[in-house]
Design a protein around this ligand. Structure first.
Ligand SMILES: [Zn+2]
Length: 290
């Protein structure tokens, strides 16, 4: 394992963790962060987030569901409510990995200024055109942000996708103001769900998910760049029944029970409904910049 170094603590002592779909997943023996051993090139990674990725069910504000019935929008409204426990939400917001702008849309009513970036031009075009929010195509690494500018920075389900999470948090620590609030969500590799499902865990999806955090490793990374973790919550999500069924069918191809329920649901027209689901395997981390 020469040349293999931990992204977070730079240790070269890396242990095997497991193999999923021929992807070797390893763990730093020093800081315990779990990650994909052979991270693909930028071009390959960007190819994973093509138009189809954002057309997938509830990621799109324009496919099928109306915005107010889109679970992603309902989740965004709930998220703003929770963030208000920590911040007035009337300053400047940056949403890193804003996708089709659904969270920005929900945030616009509260924040004085909000801006989002995403690596999908397709997604940011939808955000601007359909939702009329302030979004730009690009990554946090190639944009010139003003230092200590933002009051709140959010990063929903993004950090597990990036090949250099350390750099992301480093940059965010510079563009957030002292006392500002950063909120991120990511899967928990130490959750009961992972312990029970192991390789079948729905969030273990290399190479889309490259890094697998725990409360300890995400806190360590945030502390390294001057953040104090205020709280780590396991917040549930509203999800569309039809979307959930499609996801289950993809994960468990040929499972007769799932196919049976899927057919019944379609017949009864239940696919349009949203349900609240909490598997306690996603962490939402609230951290304050000191
Ligand atoms: Zn490490």
């Amino acid at each position: 394992m020469s040349n293999l170094k931990c992204n977070i603590c730079q240790s070269v002592n890396i242990d095997n963790f497991l193999i999923k779909d021929n992807w070797e997943i390893v763990r730093c023996s020093n800081c315990k962060i779990v990650f994909v051993k052979n991270i693909p090139s930028d071009r390959v990674l960007e190819g994973l987030y093509d138009d189809a990725f954002f057309k997938d069910g509830q990621k799109s504000p324009t496919e099928g569901l109306k915005l107010h019935n889109n679970p992603a929008y309902i989740n965004a409204i709930k998220r703003i409510e929770r963030i208000k426990k920590y911040d007035h939400c009337n300053g400047r917001l940056l949403d890193v990995g804003c996708a089709t702008g659904i969270f920005l849309k929900a945030a616009n009513a509260s924040f004085k200024y909000s801006f989002g970036i995403d690596i999908s031009k397709y997604a940011t075009d939808i955000a601007v055109r359909e939702l009329n929010v302030n979004a730009k195509y690009g990554t946090i690494c190639d944009m010139n942000f003003s230092q200590q500018y933002y009051d709140v920075i959010t990063m929903w389900d993004v950090i597990e996708h990036v090949k250099d999470p350390d750099k992301y948090i480093d940059i965010i620590s510079n563009i957030i103001r002292p006392g500002g609030l950063m909120i991120l969500s990511t899967g928990n590799i130490e959750s009961i769900m992972f312990k029970v499902q192991k390789k079948k865990w729905h969030l273990l999806i290399p190479p889309k998910h490259l890094f697998y955090f725990s409360p300890k490793t995400i806190s360590m990374l945030l502390n390294k760049y001057g953040f104090r973790v205020l709280n780590i919550e396991n917040e549930g999500q509203y999800t569309n029944l039809g979307y959930m069924m499609d996801k289950l069918k993809r994960l468990h191809v040929k499972n007769k029970t799932i196919n049976f329920f899927s057919t019944i649901m379609k017949k009864l027209n239940l696919n349009q409904y949203n349900i609240y689901l909490n598997l306690y395997d996603v962490m939402t981390v609230y951290a304050k910049k000191l």
